[in-house]
Ligand binder design. Structure first.
Ligand code: NCD
Length: 318
């Protein structure tokens, strides 16, 4: 067994062999999903609760589908409508849910670190579905699987991550994962959208798209996270698209077989041109969504195996 985690809170604690174990399993789930082979036994008898304190379309749907494909009882807590609105603390909400004895808790929260805190208070496996600007591990894992399938490997690739790096948990998790797997990472964007302490990331930083994209294998675009901006980070969306929006002209600087990625939701005409996003010869954006289900199936499968192995006999039968 090469996956030892009790929770999936971030990429940071993962060993490269754990990443490979998870991606290998996800790859086989992806093939089985395409063939319509069911695996209802894997999470049978387990309860999965999805708690999303922040809006989500694809991540929540993907976790729900992944749990159902593996036979879990899946419940979505509408956190907007719940007691959180009445002033209940995160910990009280967690303890209430814990009393319902879930096995897998999937949490998205606007505050960095909130999911880690919650994991310390419950006795089930917790999966981080995005916490503030901190981490979004399943997104980085699904991106990694998409890259590995398109390029045939996940090492020694040149990968550009472009745009709003400062506000992006997707960027942070990807930088960590791709770095662990020994790829060359380039971060491209205006200085106002680069996080402080950027030097510690071990990546090359570019202000200019044409220079930064030169000969890369992968172009990963990020959404301008307007909801996390509290001032003038960019002059205007029009100007931003002109300088940093991915269009056919800028993409020419990458390798001829470079793939284009975006975690969604996309702002067409702001960070990416719609024609590039829809170009099936370059864009793997739909494949990312498909791999999202497979990666979440693999993550919940591995965590459930560890959960079952570590629970005391009376807890299993209770
Ligand atoms: C990302 C997120 O929520 O962090 N989206 C996603 O999970 N598919 C990126 C974003 O919101 O821009």
């Amino acid at each position: 067994m090469t996956f030892r985690q009790q929770h999936l809170l971030g990429i940071e604690p993962l060993h490269p062999t754990e990443i490979t174990t998870l991606l290998d399993l996800a790859d086989s789930y992806a093939e089985h999903n395409r063939k319509g082979i069911a695996h209802k036994d894997v999470l049978a008898g387990l309860t999965q609760i999805n708690m999303f304190f922040e809006n989500s379309t694809r991540t929540q749907a993907s976790f729900e589908l992944a749990g159902k494909r593996l036979g879990a009882d899946v419940m979505n807590m509408g956190m907007q409508a719940s007691s959180i609105k009445k002033g209940e603390t995160l910990i009280d909400t967690a303890l209430t849910l814990n009393a319902m004895r879930p096995d897998l808790l999937v949490v998205r929260h606007p505050h960095s670190g909130a999911v880690d805190l919650l994991a310390q208070k419950v006795n089930c496996a917790v999966l981080n579905a995005g916490d503030g600007k901190h981490e979004h591990p399943t997104q980085a894992l699904l991106d990694a699987l998409t890259i590995r399938r398109a390029k045939g490997r996940l090492h020694r690739l040149s990968i550009a991550i472009c745009g709003d790096i400062a506000h992006s948990r997707v960027a942070r998790s990807n930088i960590m994962l791709l770095g662990k797997m020994e790829n060359r990472i380039r971060l491209i964007g205006p200085p106002t959208l680069m996080p402080s302490g950027i030097g510690e990331f071990g990546a090359e930083v570019f202000e200019n798209m044409e220079e930064g994209l030169k000969d890369v294998d992968v172009v990963m675009m990020l959404r301008l996270q307007k909801e996390r901006m509290d001032g003038g980070f960019i002059p205007s969306e029009r100007e931003y698209f002109h300088r940093y929006g991915l269009d056919a002209e800028k993409l020419q600087h990458a390798k001829p077989d470079a793939i284009v990625m975006h975690p969604g939701p996309m702002n067409r005409g702001v960070e990416i041109d719609g024609t590039i996003a829809d170009d099936i010869n370059r864009s793997v954006i739909q494949e990312q969504v498909e791999m999202g289900v497979a990666v979440r199936m693999a993550a919940m499968d591995l965590l459930a195996q560890n959960l079952r192995a570590n629970r005391k006999p009376q807890e299993v039968t209770a």
